[in-house]
Design a protein around this ligand. Structure first.
Ligand SMILES: NC(=O)c1ccc[n+]([C@@H]2O[C@H](COP(=O)([O-])OP(=O)(O)OC[C@H]3O[C@@H](n4cnc5c(N)ncnc54)[C@H](OP(=O)(O)O)[C@@H]3O)[C@@H](O)[C@H]2O)c1
Length: 311
């Protein structure tokens, strides 16, 4: 099958579409003929070799961790899904660095029915961010009446986290650059700028009460975010590698401090989408052959929503 791979670390132009062996569904898995798949900032870091000393990859490496498509193989022990069904889901990320969803076929270990309300592109970019946002919101015990601050709310994970938190009954303040403020209002958050003066702005908007903070940016603002929450235990970061220094939990799926993969969030998001309460803002759709441009967009650090690839 055709898959997005790289055989050496480097800039986006090391990406190439190559033929690799077709994957097959093992026990508990399904295979889909991919209609769209997601790109995450981690894919760019893997490609650039930023993790090479900690986690050397077997090259060539096939990228992509989530996809939407039509089921064409069902592994043993799997019930409730048949060839021909439209689903979205993700590969099993718990063994560590595994990819392969930016391809013609993908093997998924967690999935939900693709809601009609989401296009293939929206569904293809949904699963990993829904899982991540659900995992973080669960850890923060976000529920009805929670006053939640999301740092970096206009990106792939942030846009999903805003909507899932609002659906739980939380009140959400989201940070973004000014051009994204109206966009955040449409998603249900009260927008404000990130950067200098954040504490004063958020304190005023939240009437002095911030119950929980989700940092989707990893931009170094944890000291401010901890001050706002009043306790490092009320802050979770997705991306700040200095989290431990501030007593903050860095959520991840592997390693000694790993969190459980919150895959039940996929069905929750699908139901919300059918009710018109959840969508996946798409920052751009690129064919695999043009994946270098998709990686360049991700590397600006200012994509609005999710970047999606089509086979
Ligand atoms: N730990 C995990 O399990 C896990 C899972 C998924 C993702 N992640 C990580 O989480 C991070 C976010 O992922 P993503 O997919 O949402 O990224 P993304 O789509 O690239 O989003 C980036 C967002 O960050 C905002 N931003 C840029 N500079 C900022 C700053 N200084 N302060 C606050 N916000 C800023 C941008 O908003 P504006 O355009 O408005 O400036 C943009 O919308 C990445 O580092 C990713 O690798 C971790």
């Amino acid at each position: 099958m055709r898959a997005l791979t790289f055989a050496q670390y480097g800039p986006p132009d090391v990406l190439e579409v190559t033929d690799i062996p077709d994957p097959h569904a093992a026990a508990g898995q399904i295979r889909v003929a991919v209609r769209a798949s997601g790109l995450t900032p981690s894919d760019c870091r893997l490609r650039a070799g930023l993790f090479r000393h900690l986690f050397p990859l077997d090259l060539p490496y096939a990228l992509g961790v989530d996809a939407a498509g039509v089921v064409d193989e069902v592994g043993s022990g799997v019930t409730g899904v048949r060839p021909g069904d439209a689903v979205f889901g993700m590969i099993d990320l718990t063994p560590g660095l595994v990819g392969g969803a930016n391809a013609e076929y993908a093997v998924l270990s967690a999935w939900a029915r693709k809601p009609d309300a989401l296009s293939w592109e929206q569904a293809g970019g949904a699963a990993a961010n829904v899982e991540t946002a659900t995992r973080a919101l669960d850890r923060l015990e976000v529920g009805s009446g929670t006053s939640l601050l999301i740092e970096g709310a206009a990106g792939g994970v942030g846009t999903v986290a805003v909507q899932l938190a609002v659906a739980r009954g939380a009140t959400v303040i989201g940070t973004a650059s000014a051009r994204n403020h109206e966009f955040l209002v449409e998603l249900g958050a009260t927008p404000t700028a990130y950067g200098a003066g954040l504490g004063e702005r958020v304190t005023a908007l939240a009437a002095g009460r911030v119950d929980a903070v989700l940092d989707c940016a990893g931009s170094g603002s944890l000291p401010d975010l901890v001050r706002l929450a009043g306790n490092p235990g009320r802050v979770v970061t997705l991306a700040d590698m200095n989290a431990a220094e501030y007593g903050v939990h860095l959520t991840r799926l592997t390693g000694p401090d790993a969190d459980r993969q919150a895959v039940e969030g996929l069905a929750v998001a699908a139901d919300l989408a059918q009710q018109g309460r959840f969508t996946v803002p798409v920052a751009g759709v690129f064919p695999l052959e043009n994946a270098a441009a998709a990686h360049q967009l991700s590397e600006t650090g200012h994509a609005r929503g999710k970047i999606v690839l089509t086979p």
